[in-house]
Write a protein of this length. Sequence first.
Length: 262
Amino acid sequence: MPTWKLELEYEGTRYRGWQIQHNAKSIQGEMMDAARQLFSEKVDFFGAGRTDAGVHAYRQIAHLRVPELRTNITPKQIQFGFNDILPHDINIVKVSNAPDTFHARHDAVARYYLYQISTRRTAFGKNFVWWIKDNLDAKAMAEAAKMLQGKHDFFSFCEIDDTKKQSTIVKVEKAEIFTDGDLICFRVGASHFLWKMVRRIVGMLVELGRGNLTFDGFERLLKFHSETTAQYTAPPSGLFLEKVLYDGDKPPTERRAVIALP
């Protein structure tokens, strides 16, 4: 069965997230519509991560399988074919041949997200940042971010789906704060993430940077269950799925924003 690995980038502003939905635009829905036009038959298409409404992807990974492909087709033809059909805010960066068993989500070993906070008002990057008017202590935020590394219960930093029995224990491989011009960036990597986890972490890091939360208060959120973080959830505009790792891949190390401000 022909199988391909797709690398995508997209701006999530106009979409209700990755996962296909009824009566709402989604990234997966747009991809499936394009695939039906290209192949005129049923396809199997899955992504490595289900980004939420308004969240972007610098490098999302997906697999495409066409069970009854009738003609030979090259990865380049698939890339150009999709990009001729897809809307302007979804782009296929690369297509490559993959083993029949390759699964974008199940085979992924880690995912990295990057959140961009702007320290100034911007006319150009509004859709890609969270502008904070207050002065933020980036050094204090960086120290607090280090607490996230390791295995913790992130109950206080996620929204629970009562219909699913899901553990809130996550092992964070990397968590760091760095600056790039007028941007304060938060990068975090783990094998998986909980619903709204990154945005709630960012919200509380900002409260700490404002001086409204102490280091002890931040640490307590990792040790005890709390629902206070919900009111500080950061907006989706600044969040990017930065990279998905598979066996042998290296995590991102460059301390720079996904989309820098001019």
